[in-house]
Design a protein around this ligand. Sequence first.
Ligand code: NAP
Length: 269
Amino acid sequence: MRLGLIGFPLSHSLSPAMHNRALSVLGLEGGYLALETSEAELAGRMAQVRRQFLGVNITVPHKENVIAFLDELSPEAQAIGAVNTVLNQQQRLTGFNTDAPGFLKGLEHAGVAVSGKRALVLGAGGAARAVVYALRQAGARAQVANRTRQRARELAGEFAVAVVEFGGEEFQEAVNSAEILVNATSVGLKDKNASPLPAGLLPEHAVVVDIVYNPPVTKLMEDAMRKGLAVVGGLPMLVWQGALAFEIWTGRKAPVEEMFSAAREALGE
Ligand code: NAP
């Protein structure tokens, strides 16, 4: 079976290692390719997918734009407005979003209960949309804060959650009282010294979740651990979104632990 990943750039992606390991563990023929694709190449690439691939993952910057090239969307992808997984059935392309359930599976894996919890999500980009949707579905009371206020307001309006202005007193209160704090911004990505929150401004008693997975332990996570808070990194979400995509394509149970190992090895851990 031909599988792949569409995005730009893709040089540091862990997905080929993860999915090729899953295919080989289950003895399935085929391979998962990194298909680096610019905006201008997306239409041609999706035509190639329709002809030649069983399925693909979609990543930055195409998760929203790809919808124009699909025939159908799952209810989750429709509600989130973004697709990270495409299934090809007799040249009919259906878009799914496994980031949202992957995020929840990652929390479940780490033993974090979500229902009824006060959650503060930092960020209002594509990943934040999936996270807010997932938290709402799981019964959390979510608030969102983002550097660009207008983007936070739009997200909050769509998902019926509250907005907290980044910085200021209201923001401090929201951070202090959060039971789950999620970094869904790209701050900290490939930068061990950057955190979306100053070290002095951390929740009192919360699980701190950073969906950035490179580096595996971010500055936010380090600061939180120093304060004695529980932390969850971005790798569980990454592996689970991949495992759920793999199950959509193959109809087989994904070998999740092997996918974790492959991702950790590819990260150099
Ligand atoms: P995106 O759509 O580009 O959104 C980026 C977000 O980060 C926006 O909210 C942006 O705020 C904020 N941001 C960027 N630089 C900032 C800064 N200097 N200070 C404050 N806020 C800043 O990206 P995305 O697709 O949502 O991805 C966000 C992160 O999630 C990335 O690091 C990505 O690797 C990670 N991710 C992880 C997984 C996983 O499986 N673990 C899955 C998806 C994404 P503005 O609106 O103000 O620009």
